[in-house]
Write a protein that binds this ligand. Structure first.
Ligand SMILES: [Fe+2]
Ligand SMILES: [Fe+2]
Length: 217
């Protein structure tokens, strides 16, 4: 399987595409590439001695959302990918890649039916929406809708915790939940500070002042 040719195909198909109607041009491709790296990192935690699916997981990640973001996109993405990969992969590999892609949104089924590989792809896909990406997305949305810093600070206070908790429990592996929590901690720490600096305050002002006095006395 020539991964570089397949990556170029993914780029050609998605470089000008947004992942959904509010996305940026090219983010369908970028999301796939990030998920492709993340899924291999997760695999090394969960199945440290099994790299037999790495190339299949990588390719499945690159194409998993090629059909967009609608309800039936997993199945449709699998079909489109199967067509596109005919010149690069064996029939057996295509079937495995398509099975990974069509299972990537099956998060509320009986999980016993899913292979660890599908579960890895599901977790990598979900995790990619949290942490640094959340900030990137929040600020892009603000620019798009003409929101200022006070609006963004206000919106950060009304983060939908039920949705966060719901998505957290959809994750398959404990290590994914830890990564999720770490990403969320970063976001809340960022917004705490942003709420101070974004309204003209000084973060750690008392600490800086006492250090300043200690230097001058
Ligand atoms: Fe998806
Ligand atoms: Fe996705």
């Amino acid at each position: 399987m020539d991964l570089e040719s397949i990556r170029q195909t993914a780029y050609g198909l998605m470089e000008k595409r947004a992942a959904d109607e509010s996305g940026e041009i090219g983010d369908a491709y970028d999301h796939g590439q990030r998920v492709g790296r993340l899924v291999i990192s997760l695999r090394k935690y969960i199945l440290p001695d099994d790299d037999s699916y790495d190339r299949l997981l990588t390719v499945a990640s690159w194409f998993h959302d090629i059909a967009g973001d609608h309800d039936n996109h997993a199945r449709q993405s699998a079909e489109m990918t199967g067509e596109r990969l005919k010149e690069y992969c064996s029939g057996a590999d295509i079937r495995k890649i398509c099975a990974l892609i069509s299972g990537h949104e099956d998060r509320v089924c009986d999980k016993k039916q899913l292979s660890d590989y599908v579960k890895l792809l599901q977790d990598a896909d979900l995790l990619d929406h949290y942490g640094g990406y959340e900030l990137w997305d929040a600020f892009l949305q603000a620019k798009r809708h003409g929101y200022g810093i006070p609006d963004v600070i206000e919106q950060s206070k009304s983060a939908r915790f039920e949705k966060l908790l719901y998505n957290r429990q959809l994750l398959n592996f404990d290590i994914s939940k830890l990564i999720f929590d770490d990403r969320r901690e970063f976001i809340s720490a960022f917004y705490k500070r942003f709420a101070v600096e974004g309204t003209g305050g000084i973060w750690n002002g008392d600490l800086i002042l006492s250090y300043f006095y200690s230097l001058n006395n």
